[in-house]
Design a protein around this ligand. Structure first.
Ligand code: VGL
Ligand code: ZN
Length: 208
């Protein structure tokens, strides 16, 4: 059993990222049993939820003439325009019904500012607005962050990179994640993670 100084960060295991969901991640549902098994090995688990207002700037539908998966230049930089997903308090934003982590201590909701996206559980896409997660983890004595969930190349990777930048030891548990893989984003994410000193591990190495 991992102690309180190691946290399992379970990113965005939400209905809209599941097959058939608004922003479906291929085989995203396969992470659920793996995450459940992992969570039983951690005393300290934190969940995240992508949690957008309906008028969110990251939705293509909120920009005339734009379609999902295009890029758009926003005030804070380049943004992928997504299908409408994870709207606050909708069924699509709910955690997968089979996610079984009763002892999760904290749920961080991100992407709630109408004009800023947040792939990362730590810092919004303007790269300056903190969610408070780094402070929470420091205050609770966490030294190492183990990341899993959806999607590998967006919210998991950005969260892992920011956790590292905040001074934590960080690993991504590859088989407990699934990717969107848009225009080479998955390869780019693994390259960035390696360069940042984030470990790439498999769940078996933790569950042995
Ligand atoms: C995510 C795109 C938009 C994710 C969230 O959870 O990886 N990706 N919003
Ligand atoms: Zn989102």
């Amino acid at each position: 059993m991992k102690g309180a100084d190691e946290v399992l960060l379970v990113v965005d295991v939400q209905n809209d990222f599941m097959p058939g969901g608004a922003l479906a991640v291929a085989r995203g549902d396969e992470v659920v049993p793996v995450v459940n098994r992992l969570a039983r090995a951690f005393s300290h688990v934190v969940l995240t939820q992508d949690w957008h207002p309906a008028s969110h700037v990251s939705f293509a539908a909120n920009h005339a003439g734009r379609t999902p998966f295009e890029m758009m230049t926003l005030r804070y930089g380049e943004q992928v325009l997504w299908p409408v997903h994870c709207v606050q308090n909708t069924p699509g934003a709910a955690l997968h019904r089979d996610l079984d982590v009763p002892h999760a201590r904290l749920v961080i909701r991100k992407g709630h500012h109408v004009d800023v996206d947040s792939y990362s559980a730590f810092l919004e896409a303007d790269r300056t607005t903190p969610t408070g997660l780094a402070g929470y983890l420091r205050d609770t004595g966490v030294k190492r962050v183990w990341c899993c969930g959806l999607a590998t190349d967006y919210c998991v990777a950005w969260s892992a990179l920011d956790a590292r930048a905040a001074g934590f030891d960080v690993a991504v548990i590859e088989d407990a994640c699934r990717a969107i893989d848009l225009n080479g984003s998955l390869d780019a994410a693994w390259r960035d993670l390696r360069n940042a000193g984030v470990s790439r591990v498999q769940s078996a190495s933790l569950l042995a």
